[in-house]
Design a protein. Structure first.
Length: 129
């Protein structure tokens, strides 16, 4: 498991380095590792842009049949009012491309996005291999 607080681009950079080592140590297939990097990067940039600060944690887990990577992002921002729309391509509240969440959705085998009480956003993405 690796975990990192995210507040700045520097944190994002260190998390990327930790992730590379983690993927290498556990011999995670390259395609899964690439997807994990993209997802972590989009989650981290969203925390910096919208989430005030947060934490990203990456686990390696097993079911009785398969292994998977679970990526969790939690932050203490305002959450998302309309999660369904925000996941669609080209939805952005800040006039950028709005491709982050839709890419995460496309790359993930399972995706869960929920607002937390009293605030903050929780995202769980699973990648099976
Ligand atoms: N952690 C978050 N907290 C609050 N709102 C969020 C969070 N992540 C995403 N959002 C909302 O969902 C929208 C879509 O996110 P997405 O990552 O797809 O696009 P973006 O960050 O605006 O642009 P891009 O990622 O392409 O640079 C954001 O514009 C923002 O309104
Ligand atoms: Mg984004």
């Amino acid at each position: 498991m690796i975990s990192k607080n995210i507040e700045s681009d520097t944190d994002c950079f260190y998390l990327t380095q930790k992730l590379s080592l983690f993927l290498k140590n556990y011999s995670i297939p390259i395609g899964v590792g690439d997807a994990a990097h993209l997802i972590v990067n989009e989650l981290a940039t969203n925390i910096i842009k919208y989430g005030i600060s947060g934490r990203i944690t990456v686990y390696l887990k097993n079911t009785h049949k398969r292994s998977y990577i679970e990526i969790r992002s939690v932050d203490r921002g305002p959450g998302i009012e309309d999660i369904g729309s925000a996941i669609k391509e080209h939805y952005s509240s800040s006039n950028t491309l709005g491709l982050g969440l839709s890419s995460i959705k496309r790359l993930s085998d399972e995706l869960d996005v929920e607002n937390m009480d009293p605030n903050g956003l929780l995202i769980k993405s699973k990648l099976y291999f």
